[in-house]
Structures are given as structure tokens and as C-alpha cells.
Design a protein around this ligand. Sequence first.
Ligand code: B4P
Length: 191
Amino acid sequence: MSEKLNIVLFGPPGAGKGTQSAFLIDRYGLMHLSTGDLLRAEIHAETDLGKAARELMDAGELVADHIVIGMIRNKMEANLDAKGFIFDGFPRTRAQAEALDGMLNAKSEPITCMLALEVPEEELVKRLLGRGATSGRSDDQDEGVIRKRINEYEEKTAPLKEYYASQGKYKGIDGVGSIEDITSRLVEAIG
Ligand code: B4P
């Protein structure tokens, strides 16, 4: 059995996945794989993939499974020596979760746990509008788009809690409070 720590950091948009990943990668020496960051890099580089992704992201919709699965596969294959991975914003659909299990199980390095940050909708909207006011992220500017992202999460992504619970890997974490307190809760859950 593998000793690698492979964490799915999970939660609705604005739950603090990116924020908390920054602390966990330092503490555990893990490689951070954020599909949101990878997609924004494609947008920035003005690739064809980036142009297609931008339209969907600005509409608050998910990007196609085969695109994000391909991006994750490439990054994992380029980093075979990593001590483990934090998957941030991935998987977001059952097809993505099954593809990830396939990739990891083939190497006998399965997901260790899913840490699911729980934050009420109104707090999410407040955080994302706050970030939109300072970061220039186009998908954080419009409350309608933010609520659409939250709906997409509820419909397509939240059911993955069951997927990981059935493997005994789901851990719910209260995502409201100071950033430091939430980091402590995550560290305790990792054990
Ligand atoms: P992502 O980039 O994954 O972003 P996110 O879900 O919006 O945010 P995250 O939860 O990381 O929030 P953060 O820590 O930054 O996705 C963007 C889009 O990309 C998706 O809508 C989709 O279109 C596409 N996409 C990405 N992955 C995909 C996939 N696998 N499949 C299909 N499509 C995909 O925190 C947000 C804000 O809250 C920040 O301003 C932060 O400072 C603040 N904050 C954090 N913790 C806080 C706390 N404890 N208290 C108060 N504020 C806090």
C-alpha cells in the first residue's frame, strides 16, 4: 500500500479550497493541482483551450470532463516523484472522480481522504463578490454567475460526497471561521 498522501480538497466555489491549499502544500510537502489555476493559465496564454474554457467559466458552467481530466493526467505524469497531491477543485463530476481513481489505483496510490469544506451559500456569495472587487477575476464579478456556479456545484459536484463516503474517505469540515482555525481543523482531520 502506498504511503503517499493524496487529498481531495472539496467544497463549493469560494469555500476556501485555494486559500487552504497554500498552507497544506507547505506543511505536508505536497504538489498542488488546481484545475481552476490550470484553466486560468490557459486563458492567460490565450490558447484555443483557454478561449473555450473562458466562455464556460464566465457563464458559471463547468468545463468539459475530458479537458480537465487530460490536464490533471499530464500534470501527474510530469510529477511522478511527488510526495502526494492536493486536488483542488477536482474532481467536480462523477466521471472526473472515476477517472482520478483509475489513474491513482493503477499506481496503487489511492486517494487518502476527501476533506469537504462546508460554508453556507450567503457567505460564499459575500466572499466571491469581495474577491471579484479586488482580483479582476471575471467569474467573480456578477452575483448571477456566482449563484449559477453554486447551483452547478449542488447539482453535479456535491453528490461526490456520497462517492467518497462509500469508500470511507469523506470528512466534512466547518469552513466558517478564521483561515488559521480552518487550517487547524484540516490538519486534525488529516491526522
Ligand atoms: P476554481 O478556480 O476551482 O475556484 P472556486 O471554486 O471559485 O474557488 P475556491 O474554493 O478555490 O476559493 P478560494 O479559496 O479562492 O473554479 C473556477 C471555475 O473553473 C469553475 O467555476 C469552472 O468553470 C472551472 N473549473 C475548475 N475546475 C473544474 C473542473 N474540475 N471541472 C470543470 N470545470 C472546472 O476562496 C474564495 C475567496 O474567499 C477568496 O477571496 C478568499 O480570500 C476568501 N476566503 C477564503 N477563506 C476564507 C475564510 N475563512 N473567511 C473569509 N474569507 C475567506
